[in-house]
Design a protein around this ligand. Structure first.
Ligand code: FES
Length: 315
C-alpha cells in the first residue's frame, strides 16, 4: 500500500527527538496496527525509512492518525534529517505498516527494556500490556535524562511499572535486572546494538531461554572502520561476487539479479540467515547466539561481513 499522509502536528520532545503526527489527506481511517509495528516511508533521496508507531491508548484499529518519533542523527544517512525537515501540512509517502516485533499474547510476566529512541515501540507495548491487565515491568535507559524523550508522560502513564536510568546518573545494571527475573519472563528489548548485546548476554547468563528474548534494533549497522572488501562465492553455481566496503552481501547479490530472501536488513529478524560452506564470517547481527557465532556455520547476509578473503555460501 502506498499512501500519502499529511503531517498534522509536530512536537519537540527533546533537543533531538521530534514527535510527528500524520493523517490521511481526507482524514479517513488508516490501516490498523499492533503494538511493536512500524511504518515505512519513501523519503526519496534519503531512501526508505521505517519508524515505530507510538500508541498511548488511542485506537490501533482503523486509527485516524499515526504518531511516530524521530531522533535527529547528525552522522546518519539523511533519513532523520529529512524527517526533521518536515513541516505541518507537508505530504509524505507511506509504503505500509508492518510488525516485525510482535508482542505475543499470554506471556506472563513481561519485561520491557528500551534504550534511547528505542522507546517508541516499547511505549505501544506497555500500553497494550496495561489494556491486557498483564504483569510487566518497564525499564528505560539513555545517555542523560535530558536526552530521553517522553519521561514525564511515561511516569504518568506507567507509574507502577516504569524505572528510569541514565548513564550519567544511575546507569542500568543489566545483570541485576535479568537475575531478578523468573524463568518464565519474556523480555522485549529495543535500542542500540551495544545495549541489545549486553542485555542478551545478561539474560543468557541467568538462564533465560533464547526464545524468551525478543529484540528490535533501531538503527541499521553502519560501515565500521577497518571494513575491507571480500568475495562471496555461491556454492551451487561457482559464481563469485566482490563485496566492497559500504555495501552488504544482499545489496551486491540483488544488483546482480541473485534471488535472496530478506526482511529487516538490520540483522534482527533472521530471515536472511545463510549457511556458510567455507570462510570466516564477521557477525554484525543481533540474532545469533554466542554458540552459533562461534560455530561459524550460518550468518545474516544483510549485515554481516567476512574476516576471510572469501566466503562460500549455500544460496
Ligand atoms: S534481513 Fe533480517 S536479519 Fe537479515
Amino acid at each position: 500500500m502506498v499512501q500519502n499522509l499529511v503531517v498534522d502536528r509536530i512536537h519537540d520532545e527533546t533537543e533531538r527527538i521530534r514527535s510527528i503526527v500524520l493523517k490521511a489527506h481526507d482524514e479517513a481511517a488508516l490501516p490498523s496496527f499492533t503494538a511493536g509495528a512500524h511504518i515505512e516511508f519513501d523519503l526519496q533521496e534519503a531512501g526508505n525509512r521505517a519508524y515505530s508507531l507510538i500508541d498511548w491508548g488511542g485506537s490501533k484499529n482503523s486509527p485516524k492518525e499515526y504518531t511516530i518519533a524521530v531522533q535527529r542523527e547528525e552522522d546518519g544517512a539523511g533519513g532523520s534529517k529529512a524527517m526533521h525537515a518536515l513541516v505541518e501540512g507537508r505530504v509524505v509517502s507511506a509504503l505500509g505498516v508492518k510488525n516485525d516485533f510482535e508482542l505475543f499474547a499470554s506471556q506472563n510476566p513481561v519485561l520491557l527494556l528500551a534504550g534511547g529512541i528505542g522507546i517508541t515501540p516499547i511505549i505501544s507495548m506497555a500500553t497494550e500490556l496495561v489494556s491486557r491487565n498483564a504483569q510487566f515491568s518497564f525499564h528505560y535507559t539513555g545517555r542523560s535524562m535530558s536526552a530521553m524523550g517522553f519521561t514525564d508522560r511515561l511516569k504518568a502513564a506507567f507509574p507502577e511499572q516504569l524505572s528510569l536510568y541514565c548513564d550519567d546518573e544511575n546507569p542500568i545494571d543489566l545483570d541485576a535486572l535479568m537475575s531478578a527475573q523468573s524463568a518464565e519472563t519474556h523480555v522485549y528489548i529495543c535500542g542500540p546494538k551495544g545495549m541489545i548485546e549486553a542485555a542478551k548476554t545478561a539474560a543468557s547468563v541467568v538462564g533465560l531461554p533464547d526464545e524468551n528474548v525478543h529484540i528490535e534494533l533501531f538503527t541499521s549497522p553502519d560501515t565500521q572502520s577497518g571494513d575491507t572488501p571480500f568475495e562471496v562465492e555461491i556454492h551451487d553455481t561457482g559464481d563469485v561476487y566482490a563485496i566492497p566496503v559500504g555495501k552488504t552481501i544482499i545489496e551486491v547479490l540483488e544488483e546482480a539479479g541473485v534471488d535472496v530472501m530478506y526482511d529487516c536488513q538490520r540483522g534482527d529478524c533472521g530471515i536472511c540467515q545463510t549457511d556458510i560452506i567455507n570462510g570466516t564470517p564477521d557477525h554484525r547481527d543481533v540474532v545469533l547466539s554466542n554458540a552459533d557465532r562461534e560455530a561459524g556455520k550460518v550468518m545474516q547476509i544483510c549485515v554481516s561481513r567476512a574476516r576471510s578473503a572469501r566466503l562460500v555460501l549455500d544460496i
